[in-house]
Design a protein around this ligand. Sequence first.
Ligand code: TYM
Length: 356
Amino acid sequence: MSDSKPVILTCAQPTGVLTIGNYLGAIKNWATMLDDYECFFGVVDLHAITVKYTPAELRKNTLSCVAQYIACGLDPERSNIFIQSHVIGHTELAWLLSCITPIGDLQRMTQFKEKAAKLGFKVADEEDANGLRFSHEGARAQASVNSGLLMYPVLMAADILLYNADAVPVGNDQRQHLELCRDLAQRFNHTYSDTFTIPEPFIPKAGARVMSLQSPDRKMSKSDENQNATLYILDDPKVLKKKIMSAVTDSGSEIVAREDKPGVSNLLQIYSAMSGREIAEIEDALQGKGYGDLKKEVADAVISVLEPVQARYHELIADKAYLESVLKSGAEAAQKRAYKVLGKVYRKAGFVERPR
Ligand code: TYM
């Protein structure tokens, strides 16, 4: 692999089966970048423990996520696929970055506020007389929010900066975290001297924000209480069809992507991203048809893309030796680059070099 190619780094959390949001907003696009970039694809197990989890599930989900990556088209021969905890440097760099990260910036992160709110923890919009931004709603809620949840974006910034990545392909929901990462890189460069590349976000045009099938004003997410709202890439085709056929649509019967039709717009977006056809072309083709016809076509498009992915996944997950070999070479390549950058960071920040 040539060193002169620009570097991309991106990751997903191994918190279960990937959704078609993860697929369309992220992995499908990563798979188109293999030849033009030196690619690092991480499975971020250290991020996954910021919420409640069971160790056995984490282990199973992490390996499953690796197999899902490959099944979705990430070719390990043309990219480096690694598990975050296999590479020394992510948490070390996160510590250094945390020392230049204002707490207020972390408390303002939308994802932190949403996740903390689910645990009953409210973040005040205004500082109180003591300069505190948290409004504690009872000691129990306070105790249930771990500080890792707050620090999450610092670890994410470390993931990116540890590889001096030029670009980070992500869905729209990660935009704010990426802004923080860029701020931290700039702050570090300014405080010490030029060290980090400022990474550019790569957000796809189609599929950057796949919405819930049941509440199309919300992003499709693994943690949705209503599991009919979320399509998983390993859902049985019958289940996929059933979920799509019961998707919420809008009043009227016109099949158009418009702001006042969030349900139909979401289905059209999914259809377009899965089939590669333009939305306008699909709208034309479906003129005069009903929502039931649209849903049937969306289901066919989703199933025809996911069936081969599922078949490949089942082969891969049964071949532990192959997955381990992918992870070994992925971690070696990632570690090599990570050590280089981490060494530079320590030097610039004034740490004594380790005697050789
Ligand atoms: P995660 O695991 O939630 O999602 C992985 C990728 O999928 C995208 N995505 C979506 N895109 C469109 N529509 C949706 N409904 C949807 N849901 C998820 C996400 O934008 C992401 O690209 N914090 C990150 C993981 C991470 C990371 C990193 C990413 C940790 N370190 C360094 C990039 C670089 C996350 O939770 O992604």
